[in-house]
Write a protein that binds this ligand. Structure first.
Ligand code: GAL
Length: 817
């Protein structure tokens, strides 16, 4: 029954009486959404009947359930960045999934009583794309760029009587992206209500102007939105360490209409770094006398960094080079719908590899990624755009650039500038404007906007047009000149750069398919095979790219090189180079880790270099080659040892030692290679030694017999019973002795019972058209990954995998509170 006017007014009044401690309420709008695809002329109207629409939970990606189809994203295009001279028919460039078109979301909003001074704000972490937000039928916001966060104050549009209807219309244009963008409300939507004077969305800016191990200065600037005529408000802030102990506090009068500044000194601060990701929290209260009008938390870290001419980068006074990867935003089989457990899983794999930095190519990340990078210890290059004024794709960001670029950059900086993990901002990737005489002026304008909003961090971008970058001058404008795929030009660049350092903003783009090896094993550019796979000997690259070793050598030899961001950490949906024209390829081959989250061989090449604290001894290829008996089958070892000896069936193949700096062939510096090994079934074994000749580890690979059983291995077995946590379960087809059968393609069927459910599946094969959401899939090179989600209740989760002709694999997980 609708409330009477008087009763509603009384309730509103009640809520405005002396402020309760919990005046701020923040709710994630997760459930009770209705969704449909296709345009709905009356979809915004409150009286519209959406009963027939699908019920969904947000974050939601409307396209990830497919089906895959080459027609979903067919384009006749010339990819200029790839050096193509003529247009050709391409499918799968953006993942081959049905994300183009219009989608509508609707839900009722239950807004707490706001009183006379209350506000209600919706915060969208990202909405793909061209979001139009309606409250009770009225459009209250339009935000085109699907990767950015934006907020809207909906207070004036709410009906006191309720219920209130929220509707969101999204539209993805064709040819608007170079990769899979996802579709829909793929990030969280927050409803934030306050009852009086309050800190608005992203209303604090915290910096650490002076940092040493004995003491740190912390500066907090806070905006407060206060009702007209409010007087005598104070801001009380406590800085707390990770244990919750107050380490500094301040109480300050609020200056109406201006930011309130508070300064603190923290004695003996624990400094933030990738190795010691210590966090603090600033808890700010807006006080009216003793009444708390709002409480706002700003997590932060204490650290200092510098980029210095001829010295390079240092964090907390320690010189270091970025060991970074670029990642797109999709989560493989889960699509673009944000999932914290999936992100944590990705970061844990990268951490083990020794990676310490992420580039959020080529757009603003999910806020959850920034929080995890703070907590787990990754430095982030927060990137904004893949296009400025001049387009790469027909309907890309260039259409919005003039009107939106300042708003987009401002939101990006305001949202993420308190994160210790955020180390630099990137204003663009390979924008064609590099070749325009206006390019440097645009770059300067964007860099100035970023500096205005955050003077504490440098600005970079990924440049790929080397000659034009100097001819027109963009390279000299940037705080940090970032070059994509130019290690052979670094020595020349440094003579022309006023900055005195440069960054490998995007490197390598080596291509490989997990577990696939091609013969002969040789360096090859743009190599294609009839099976649409690339070789895992890590020797294949593109017209514009290289094998990893070339960048390694440049980084090791050139003190002014700041480090690298490898393209890419994880495979992603779309951009299936070198098979851009060869459907059914529809996901990338660039990843160090495949689309399902399984490391490829290259993982160990980077781990050997980036993770000195763990021994790495990795052998490739597999050793099951029926029909190759007597043929040359090279064996490589990726190790942080200095040398190693290889044995085939117990017979030594000699000891290989890594070449010293200066060696003409960089591979010899970073890989141990036995190029003339002749295949015979049995065992290959390597023993690796450090520079002093001490054994650091051994690795053995055996020829597999007939497929016999399925082995299930989980990344962790104790899940949080929060309805969100995920276990990544690798299924291996093994012979009776437990050796991986590297050619097995069995269809594995999963059954999950108890306190969890099947969520998704992937095998890392870029040509695979099986749906990610069905509980069965064919193994690729003997393996695949099933993702199991915890329920809300504690208990055992049973996972079973079966396949014709194989003994079942079984595993038990526990979900706990
Ligand atoms: C770069 C580009 C990336 C990706 C990569 C593939 O030029 O910045 O987005 O396309 O090439 O190698």
């Amino acid at each position: 029954m609708p409330l009477t006017k008087n009763l509603a007014a009384a309730l509103l009044l009640a809520a405005s009486l002396p402020a309760a401690a919990q005046s701020r309420q923040e709710t994630l709008l997760i459930s009770n959404w209705k969704f449909t695809k296709g345009d709905q002329p009356n979809g915004a109207k409150p009286e519209f009947n959406d009963a027939k629409w699908q019920t969904v939970r947000v974050p939601h990606d409307w396209a990830i359930s497919g089906p895959f189809d080459g027609k979903n994203d067919q384009q006749v295009v010339k990819i200029e960045q790839n050096g193509e001279k003529e247009a050709s028919l391409k499918s799968g460039r953006t993942g081959g999934l049905p994300f183009v078109g219009v989608g509508w979301y609707r839900r009722q909003l239950t807004v707490p009583a706001l009183g006379k001074d209350g506000r209600a704000v919706l915060l969208f972490d990202g909405a793909m794309s061209n979001a139009r937000v309606y409250i009770n039928g009225k459009e209250v916001m339009f935000w085109p760029y699907g990767y950015n966060s934006f907020s809207v104050d909906i207070t004036p549009h709410l009906s006191a009587k309720g219920p209130n209807t929220l509707a969101v219309r999204l539209e993805n244009q064709p040819e608007a992206s170079r990769w899979y963008p996802g579709a829909g409300l793929y990030r969280n939507v927050h409803l934030i209500t306050t009852l009086g004077a309050h800190v608005p969305v992203w209303g604090t800016y915290l910096t650490t102007p002076e940092v040493s191990t004995s003491s740190a200065k912390v500066k907090l600037k806070t905006k407060v939105d206060a009702p007209a005529g409010a007087k005598g408000l104070k801001l009380q802030t406590e800085l707390r360490d990770a244990k919750g102990t107050v380490v500094a506090r301040a109480t300050t009068d609020i200056v109406a209409g201006a930011e309130t500044e508070q300064d603190f000194t923290v004695a003996s601060p624990k400094l933030w770094s990738p190795e010691t990701p210590t966090m603090y929290t600033a808890e700010t209260k807006v006080l009216n006398g003793s009444a708390v009008q709002d409480t706002y938390k700003t997590p932060f870290g204490i650290r200092s960094f510098k980029f210095e001419k001829d010295k390079g980068f240092s964090l907390n006074g320690q010189p270091r080079k970025f060991k970074g990867v670029c990642n797109h935003h999709d989560l493989g089989p889960l699509g673009s719908a944000i999932n914290t457990a999936a992100l944590r899983h990705q970061l844990a794999i990268l951490k083990d590899m020794g990676c310490d930095a992420i580039r959020t190519s080529h757009n603003m990340p999910a806020p959850e990624l920034m929080q995890l990078c703070d907590e787990m210890g990754f430095m982030v290059m927060v990137e904004s755009f893949d296009e400025w004024k001049s387009p790469k794709v027909k309907n890309g960001y260039s259409q919005y650039f003039d009107q939106w670029v300042e708003k987009d950059l401002t939101n990006m900086v305001h949202r993420d500038r308190n994160h210790p993990s955020a180390i630099m901002w990137s204003i663009g990737n390979e924008v064609p404007d590099q070749s325009s005489p206006n390019g440097p002026a645009i770059a300067k304008r964007l860099q100035d906007i970023v500096h205005r909003e955050d003077p504490t961090r440098p600005v970079t971008m990924g440049m790929d047009r080397y000659d034009d970058d100097f001819k027109y001058g963009i390279a000299a404008v940037l705080d940090i000149p970032g070059f994509n795929y130019k290690p052979m030009r670094y020595a020349d660049a440094i003579t022309k750069l006023p900055q005195g350092f440069l960054l490998g903003s995007e490197t390598a783009s080596t291509v490989s398919s997990r577990g696939v090896y091609k013969f002969p094993a040789e360096l090859a550019k743009d190599k294609q095979y009839p099976d649409n796979q690339s070789s895992s000997y890590d020797l294949e690259y593109c017209r514009w790219s290289q094998i990893p070793d070339i960048e390694f050598a440049a980084q090791d030899d050139l003190p002014y090189a700041l480090g690298e961001f490898v393209w890419t950490g994880f495979d992603y949906l779309g951009e299936p180079t070198p098979y851009d024209e060869k459907w059914p390829s529809h996901s990338s081959y660039f990843g160090i880790i495949d689309l399902a989250g399984q490391p490829k061989d290259r993982y160990y090449l980077y781990r050997a270099r980036w993770n000195p604290s763990q021994p790495t001894v990795h052998l490739l290829p597999h050793w099951t080659w029926p029909g190759r008996e007597g043929q040359v089958t090279p064996v490589f070892c990726y190790t942080n040892g200095a040398s190693a000896e290889l044995f085939v069936n117990g017979k030594s193949q000699g000891r290989q030692t890594k070449a010293a700096a200066g060696a003409t062939d960089p591979q010899t510096r970073y890989r141990l290679q036995w190029k003339n090994v002749v295949y015979q079934p049995g065992t290959i074994k390597v023993v690796a030694y450090d520079a002093q000749g001490k054994t650091i580890g051994t690795e053995e690979v055996r020829t597999a017999g007939a497929p016999h059983h399925i082995k299930l291995v989980t990344d962790h077995s104790k899940l949080a019973a929060d309805g969100q946590d995920l276990a990544y379960i690798t299924a291996r087809v093994e012979d009776a002795q437990g050796n991986l059968c590297p050619d097995a393609t069995h269809e594995l069927r999963f059954a999950v019972s108890g306190a969890g459910s099947f969520r998704a599946i992937g095998n890392g094969d870029a040509t695979n058209l099986e749906a990610f959401q069905q509980p069965q899939m064919h193994a690729f090179q003997g393996q695949l990954v099933a993702i199991v989600q915890a329920g809300d209740k504690a208990g055992a989760v049973k996972v079973k995998a079966s396949a014709a002709g194989l003994k079942d694999g079984e595993l038990q997980l526990t979900a706990g509170k």
